[in-house]
Design a protein around this ligand. Structure first.
Ligand code: NAD
Length: 304
C-alpha cells in the first residue's frame, strides 16, 4: 500500500479521495521542519504547502513524488530531487482567483485610503476630509507578468472600467488582449503610463529586483504599486525610498524579501499597505489546491 504524508490541514475530501484509491494518508499539520526532514523519505509521496522546506537531506528512500499544494516551488530543492529522479508537481491554478481578487482589493484599499480611514475611526477620529480617494474606473492598470494571475487581474480590471497595459517576456495571446481591450507594451511604457502597477511574475534570477530604483523612478508620482507575487521581485530598499520621498503615491505588499519582514520602518510607512502573504489564504483556494494535489498523488503513484 502506498503511503502519503500531508504536511498541512488538507481538505477531508482530498484525504478520502486518496484513501478510496488505496493510499494510506497521514495528515501531520503540526509537523516541524526537523521531523519532516527525518521522515519524508519513508513515504511514497509528500504533499506540502510553502511553510515546509523539502530538501533531500536523507536521499530518496521510498519517495516518488512531491506535490506542492500551491504555486511557488521555491521551498523545494528541485535540482536535488531531479537528480534523485523524484517527480515534483504543483497546483498552480488553485490560487489564481484568490490572488487576483486580493490584488483588486488592495488596489481599491489604496485608492480609497481604507487603511488610514478605518484605523483613524477606530481611534475615535472622524477624518472624512483627510481621506479623499479616487475610483479605479477610467484609470490605467499596468500588469507586469501576464500569466494565470496577471490575466485574471487584467480581466477584473477591465470589468471595472480600467484601461489595461500588460508587459511580459512572451507574447500574450492576441485574442485575450482584444477581448478586454488591452495592449502589450514595453516595461518602460507600462511604468510611465499606469496609475496602478501590479506585479505577477515568478521570482527567478531574471526577475529579481525587476522593479528597482530606476523602474520606480519611471512611475507617475500619483501611481500605486502592488506586489502579490514574491518578495525580491520588487527591490524593497528602493521602494522604501520611493515611498518616503513621495515619488509614488503608495504601495501594497503581500510578499517580502524576508518573511515575516523585519523592516519596521518600511512596514510603518503611512503610504504602505502590508499584508502577511495572504494571496492564496482563502478556504476556496485551499480546498481546490488540496483536491487537485490529491488527484496528482493518485495519478502519479497509480499510473494507469
Ligand atoms: P504564471 O507562470 O502563470 O505567470 C507568470 C508570467 O510571468 C508568465 O506569463 C511569464 O512569461 C511572465 N514572466 C516571467 N519572467 C518575466 C519577466 N522577466 N518579465 C516579464 N514577465 C515575465 O504564474 P501565475 O500563476 O500567474 O503566478 C505568478 C506568481 O504569483 C507566482 O510565481 C507566485 O510567485 C505568485 N503567487 C503569489 C501568491 C500569494 O500568496 N501572494 C499566491 C500564488 C502565486
Amino acid at each position: 500500500m502506498y503511503k502519503v504524508l500531508v504536511a498541512f490541514d488538507i481538505d477531508r475530501r482530498a484525504v478520502e479521495y486518496m484513501e478510496r484509491n488505496g493510499i494510506s494518508v497521514e495528515v501531520r499539520s503540526d509537523i516541524t521542519q526537523e521531523e519532516f526532514d527525518n521522515v519524508y523519505h519513508k513515504y511514497d509521496a509528500v504533499v506540502v504547502r510553502g511553510n515546509i522546506k523539502v530538501r533531500p537531506s536523507r536521499g530518496r528512500g521510498e519517495l516518488d513524488v512531491i506535490v506542492r499544494a500551491g504555486v511557488g516551488l521555491d521551498n523545494i530543492d528541485l535540482k536535488g530531487f531531479s537528480e534523485l529522479g523524484v517527480e515534483v508537481l504543483n497546483t498552480p491554478e488553485a490560487s489564481t482567483n484568490s490572488v487576483a481578487e486580493l490584488t483588486i482589493c488592495l488596489m481599491i484599499c489604496l485608492a480609497r485610503r481604507l487603511l488610514p480611514a478605518s484605523s483613524s475611526l477606530k481611534q475615535g477620529k472622524w477624518m472624512k476630509a483627510g481621506v479623499m480617494g479616487e475610483e479605479l474606473r477610467g484609470k490605467t492598470l499596468g500588469v507586469v507578468g501576464c500569466g494565470r494571475i496577471g490575466r485574471a487581474v487584467s480581466r477584473l480590471g477591465s470589468c471595472l472600467g480600467m484601461k489595461v497595459l500588460v508587459y511580459d517576456v512572451v507574447n500574450v495571446d492576441e485574442d485575450f488582449l482584444r477581448s478586454i481591450g488591452a495592449r502589450q507594451v514595453e516595461l518602460r511604457e507600462l511604468l510611465s503610463q499606469s496609475d496602478f502597477v501590479t506585479v505577477h511574475v515568478p521570482l527567478e534570477e531574471s526577475t529579481r529586483h525587476l522593479l528597482g530604483e530606476e523602474e520606480l523612478r519611471m512611475m507617475k508620482r500619483s501611481a500605486y504599486l502592488i506586489n502579490v507575487a514574491r518578495g525580491g521581485v520588487v527591490d524593497e530598499g528602493a521602494l522604501k525610498r520611493a515611498l518616503m520621498e513621495g515619488r509614488i503615491a503608495g504601495a501594497a505588499l503581500d510578499v517580502f524579501e524576508r518573511e515575516p519582514p523585519d523592516d519596521l520602518e518600511l512596514l510603518s510607512l503611512p503610504n504602505l499597505l502590508p499584508t502577511p502573504h495572504i494571496g492564496a489564504q482563502t478556504q476556496d483556494a485551499q480546498t481546490i489546491a488540496g483536491l487537485r494535489a490529491a488527484e496528482l498523488v493518485v495519478s502519479s503513484l497509480i499510473k494507469v
